[in-house]
Write a protein that binds this ligand. Sequence first.
Ligand SMILES: CCc1c(F)c(F)c(S(N)(=O)=O)c(F)c1F
Ligand SMILES: [Zn+2]
Length: 262
Amino acid sequence: MAQAVWGYDSDNGPERWHENYPLAKGDKQSPIEINSKDVKHDSSLSSWHASYDPGAAKTILNNGRTCRVVFDDTFDRSVLRGGPLTGAYRLRQLHLHWGSSDDHGSEHVIDGVKYAAELHMVHWNPKHGNFAGALKQPDGVAVVGIFLKVGNTPKPEMKRILEEIDNIKTKGKEAPFQHFDPSILFPKSRDYWTYHGSFTTPPCEECITWILLREPIEVSADQMAKLRSLSKNPENEPMNPLVDNWRPPQPVKGRIVRASFK
Ligand SMILES: CCc1c(F)c(F)c(S(N)(=O)=O)c(F)c1F
Ligand SMILES: [Zn+2]
């Protein structure tokens, strides 16, 4: 019987999400393709600042759709501010999207370039009370997107997340993940694109201010292979590689993408 739950397979993938999640056909959906020629440099955009408490990191888990690190967001402990944002947004979780091979896997596509993976740091606006409330607001959530490309000088900090993969191989597995400051994953440059969009997974609420970093970080081919060794299935079921958990670009529908850089 067809899975009632959404996923990335032919019978429950992005082309069919709208059947159970009507927002998926909205006018401000993510991801999108960014074409530099259509981007508007906005000199009024300030730089963004993350002040994260390494002690806020709690656990890392495989939920069968991605690998997610969860943080304590019960108070303003790890926050993102500045850039296109008003106020401080609390870091709640980070997760990744990746491909079955190095030539694709990112959700946003930049001038036709698909990266091997895309890392999302999800923050929410505490003025809306809690995360569930923030999802209902256009300024509720801010996601920093970092592109991952395969290279020969991998970022040592990515090692920490990928070393934990061995402990969360199958769906439902969770492991402690503490003393981790995700800002070590940021590239040198703070240049970014920003636009208004949605979750790239159901229910696809249009509550996200996207902040996409222009400079990709490098990972090794081995690290990508490690990510692809995760299974979509629980431990008592056959290994089903967790790969291609990305949504394709959605219609821009007249939205303006602004750049913090010329
Ligand atoms: C509801 C949990 C959740 C996701 F599952 C998710 F995929 C994203 S995404 N890819 O747009 O960054 C979120 F921001 C998010 F908060
Ligand atoms: Zn994501």
